[in-house]
Design a protein. Structure first.
Length: 106
């Protein structure tokens, strides 16, 4: 078992010292696990159809956010940013401003 149990039984000092792992041993094992996972994933993955000129894409710019949208247009096989809407650019709706005012008065 990898975890030590909480117990009142005395333990030796060696068990309390942290165990350091050699990166030269860990990295090849990590790469092998990643290679196996990729191989398993690729078994059922399908090729996407090629993008056409002018096709609209949605993606992210940095971290995913609910109110952040990024639309890109594909032109000659190269994607170009068309418009990015951030939280500051979104108009505040009447419902949101009413609920904020209601919560502030409580």
């Amino acid at each position: 078992m990898g975890r030590r149990l909480r117990t009142s039984i005395p333990v030796t000092g060696d068990m309390l010292k942290p165990q350091l792992h050699d990166p030269e041993e860990v990295l090849p094992k990590l790469k092998e696990r990643q290679r196996k996972q990729k191989k398993q994933h690729d078994r059922s993955a399908k090729e996407l159809p090629p993008l056409r000129d002018g096709e609209i894409l949605q993606g992210r710019n940095g971290a995913w956010r609910v109110s952040k949208k990024s639309e890109q247009s594909v032109k000659d096989g190269v994607s170009q940013a068309e418009e990015i809407i951030t939280d500051d650019d979104l108009p505040e709706t009447a419902a949101e401003s009413t609920s904020v005012a209601d919560n502030a008065s409580r």
